[in-house]
Every structure is written in C-alpha cells, then in structure tokens.
Design a protein around this ligand. Sequence first.
Ligand SMILES: [Zn+2]
Length: 401
Amino acid sequence: MRILKGIIMLSLAVCLLIAVSCIIKSGNEKTPPSEQIIDEPKEPGTEQEPSTSATSPTPAVSSPEHGALSPTPAVSSPEQAALSPAPEIEIEPVDYSEIKPNESGDIPIIMFHNFIEDLDLTTDVEFTTSFDAFENLLETLYNKGYRLISMRDFIDHNISVPAGMKPMVFTFDDGSSGQFNLIEENGKLVVNPKSAVGIMIKFSQKHPDFGLRGIFYLNMDKEEKTFEGAGALKERLEILTSYGFEVGNHSWGHFNFSESKNRDQIYERLGRNQKRLQEIIKDGSFYSLALPHGGKAPEELKDAMEQGEFEGTRYFHETIMAVGSTPSVPSIHKDYNPGYVARIRSQGKEEIKFDLTYWLPNMTRDRMYISDGDPRTVVVPKGKESLIDPEKLNGKKLITY
Ligand SMILES: [Zn+2]
C-alpha cells in the first residue's frame, strides 16, 4: 500500500515537472539566438581613449540624499560567509529537471568606463553611462536573474550564486572618479553615493543577494587622478577593497600592447604598474590584466603579457581581458583561453553593435551558465559534459542529468 502511494506521488511529481519544463522551453523558443551574429563578434581593439570631459571628477555631494556610505568589513556580509569554502556547507539539494542547471554555458563579463550625472555634458557616445542608467541597469540585471561574482571566483570557478541564477562579472577600466570616489562627511571619508560603487552599495542594501563585486583596472601613473576626489590614493584603494572589490592591471601609461617593440618594454609597462601598487598597498597584487585599447602584443611577445618582472617586482596575470564583444565561456570549459577573455561593453549614450543592450535579449537561457547553487559541483545537461575540461575541475564533481 505504502509502495503504491509512493508511486502515485512520484508520478504526480514527474507530471508537474514535465509541465513546468514545457513552459520554460516554450519561453525560450520565443527568442532563438541568432547564431550567425553571435559567432561573428566585432573585432576587438577599437577602444578609444575616453574624452577628458567624461573623466572629470563628479562634484561631491555635500549632504547626500541617501546618507553616508561607510565601508562595512567584507567579512560581515552574509554573502561573503556563504562563499567561504567550509566543507560542512549545507546546500539544499535541487531538482535538476526543474532548475535545468547548465554550468557549461556562457558568463557575461561587463566592461564599464565613465559615469556622470548628465550625459548632455559629454560628447562621448560610447564609454560614458549616466548614474540613472546604471541604477536602472542593476535593476534589469537583477530581475533577469544575474548575480555578481568576483574575478577571483570566475577564475577559480568558485560560483556560489543560487540555483537557477546566472553569474556575471563587472569590470571597470581606467579608474575614473565616476566609478568610485570619496567625499568627506563629518570629518570622515565615505563613498560618494553619486558614483557607480555608491549606487551598487545602495542597491545591495536593497538586494543583498545581487552581490557587491567588481574589478577595477588601474593605470598607476595617473596617481591621485585615479578615483579623483577626497582622500589620498591609498585611502581610496583601501576603502574600495574593504567592500570586497578587486583591482587589476591596466598598464603604466595606458599602453597599447599591439605597438610593443620588445619584451622589456612590456615588462616595464606591466611591472612598473604592479610595483607602484605595492608601494602604496604593501600586499597589493594585480592578478588580472585588461588590455588598454584591446591591443594584444605580437605573438612572439605574448608570454610577457602573462608574467614577467620589472626592477625586482614580479607579476602574473591569471586572466587577460579583451575589449568587447561576446559573453565568455566559464574557466572549466575546454575552449577557455585565459590569455584572451571576452568582455561585453556597457552601453553609452548610443547603442554600439554587440554592446550589452544588444546582448541582453540575446543571452537566452539555452546558451547561458545556469547555476545549480552548489559551488562544489559542475552540473550540465546530458551531452554537454564533453564541453568541460576534466583537468580544470580542480576536485569538483561533474554531474550530468
Ligand atoms: Zn582603458
């Protein structure tokens, strides 16, 4: 009798799952990916130096509407606690046929440059976003199921976004003050609410599960022009990283590496940038490089982009980030090339081909990375296991369903 009851219950559950999966499937079929366009990305290497008007510091708000954004120790956030790789981690088992995880799918890595209040004040149409547009974008991404992960976790494939959610990485180039700057409030340095980081902090208070993550690629020769505003550069970097944000190498002097003449020149551009960081933050390290102008070094000098040494300072870049124009495969994918990782540019005043506005409707469920909610396992639909490089699993269990 008990067995019969069990069979009936099981049959009911299966029927329900089939019904749900049919609904999801029919939703996907409405927006078939245009393979031809997706497979033909715009040639990277067209990044222009953003106009100076766009990089001018945002006036500090004397009495911000939303109050001071004082840094909270990164360890206190619930999300951070969930990230710690404790072996006794308790994760609710999920029904794969319902969630349909695909951890071989694409992960979008978004590239931002400048942020200002009023887009009418800049002539730049490609690389500047308004604060309002950025706030709306966060809402859109959140509602579409994207959750932010760090570059570190992207590289390590330590992806702990909830089951059914899609990981995303935010990257910021050039250290502009619209991305992040400090203001003084009651004698204390706080994050300007009118900056991308200020907006992200406020957003994460409303939606803590969105994630407060991002990597900022810096040109250390800019010195105090980096995140221009109140406080010294050291204080700015300390406060930025106290929130869990990361910093990356964008070269000394925003160098176009396609013009590299020899290995020593590359060592100097990358090593000097790292050396200057360590003079300011003792244990600071750039472990990822974003190519200025998207310019790659000639093939015979490529190894110097990854690692080298300058005046006793060593550097090692675990990822080298391109400019534009597709989502990236995850780091466990057999096609993953850490020497050239694709990014998608955020939209500026005008839509540019293959920017985020193009990709949002084209990043359909069937091609994207859908998490199973457990960072210890890699779950893919049957038939997709051949896309995963077993050598990159690093002890994680590969599951097919
Ligand atoms: Zn740049």
